[in-house]
Structures are given as structure tokens and as C-alpha cells.
Design a protein around this ligand. Structure first.
Ligand code: S3P
Length: 166
């Protein structure tokens, strides 16, 4: 089947973009990120899409971006952390080499903490993180062919583990 060589899913801040770019370099292929595609389509940052039109509208734009990227892009693809919440988006990932980059809650708070550019974390980040992980972990696992833990690994080590896992 054609489509992306590798699709990275996992929580925000886990390193999907950094690891995705490293993998694309290693494989000599392109890198694409559905968050960037949504921003380009909407003509404004994700935080503004959330505040102006709401999460549901963002998820619809994200679904379109995933559909287009899966159809057109043959390299490494990263999805936004919440893309797996949408059932139709999950269905688009079937049969692709999806890798779930995981981290535990303490690591997430340490890495992302109070980053208000990420609208989902604006209030009580530790509790929010726990809720996000609990709500999403099984969805990441459902779509993924492999899980790679990122805690205490450098991006290079994570990239190598992704290649080893596939
Ligand atoms: C989100 C994660 C973000 C972005 C949006 C919503 C989420 O992507 O899509 O802010 O619901 O977890 P990253 O995982 O690339 O930060």
C-alpha cells in the first residue's frame, strides 16, 4: 500500500516533530506535520482556531489534513496529539505503519508544563495531563503497530527505536 512510510502519534510535547524530522533525514524522505497543514489552511495559529471556532471545528480541519496527508505523502508524518480522538481519523490510519511515542505524566509535566500556546493545558496542567493520558492512551494503542517509550531517551535514541520497532 502507498502512503506515509511512518506515522507518529502520541501526546503533545512527546517529540513527534523532532523525531519525525530525524527519521525523515535518516530515511532520505520528506516530513509532514498535520498541525502545520491545519495552520496553513486556516491561516491562523491552532490556539486561535480553538478560541474562535472551538475544538470540534479544529478536529474537522485536522481530519481533512490527515486524509490529505495519508493520500499524498510518502514520507514521515506526525499527527497532533488529539487526532486519534476522532473515529474517522483513526479509520484513516488503518494499515499504516503507525508508531505511538509514549511518555509518562511526570515527564509530560516536566517537558510541556505551563505552555499556554497549547490551549488544552491552560488550566491545572498536571491534572489535565493525567486526564488527557487516561482518555487517550487506549486510542494511541489502538491505532499503533508499535509503541516506543520516550522517557529518558534522546530524540536520536527514540528515532532508532522507531526504526527497530518496525
Ligand atoms: C492537541 C495537540 C496539538 C495540537 C492541538 C491539540 C491535542 O498538537 O494539535 O493543540 O489535542 O493534544 P501537538 O501534539 O503536535 O502538540
Amino acid at each position: 500500500m502507498s502512503g506515509p512510510l511512518i506515522v507518529l502519534v502520541g501526546p503533545m510535547g512527546v517529540g513527534k516533530s523532532t523525531v519525525g524530522e530525524l527519521l525523515a533525514d535518516r530515511l532520505g524522505t520528506g516530513y509532514r506535520d498535520t498541525d502545520a497543514d491545519v495552520v496553513a489552511t486556516a491561516g491562523k495559529p491552532i490556539s486561535e482556531i480553538f478560541y474562535d471556532e472551538g475544538e470540534e471545528h479544529f478536529r474537522a480541519l485536522e481530519r481533512q489534513a490527515v486524509r490529505a496527508a495519508v493520500a499524498e505523502h510518502g514520507g514521515v508524518l506526525s499527527l497532533g496529539g488529539g487526532a486519534v480522538l476522532d473515529e474517522a481519523t483513526r479509520a484513516l490510519l488503518a494499515d499504516h505503519a503507525v508508531v505511538y511515542l509514549s511518555m509518562d505524566v511526570d515527564e509530560a509535566v516536566k517537558r510541556v508544563g505551563l505552555n499556554t500556546a497549547r490551549p488544552l493545558l491552560a488550566v491545572n496542567p498536571r491534572r489535565k495531563w493525567r486526564e488527557l493520558m487516561e482518555a487517550r492512551r487506549h486510542l494511541y494503542t489502538e491505532v499503533a503497530r508499535a509503541v516506543v517509550a520516550t522517557d529518558e531517551r534522546t530524540p536520536e535514541e527514540v528515532a532508532q527505536a522507531v526504526l527497530d520497532a518496525l
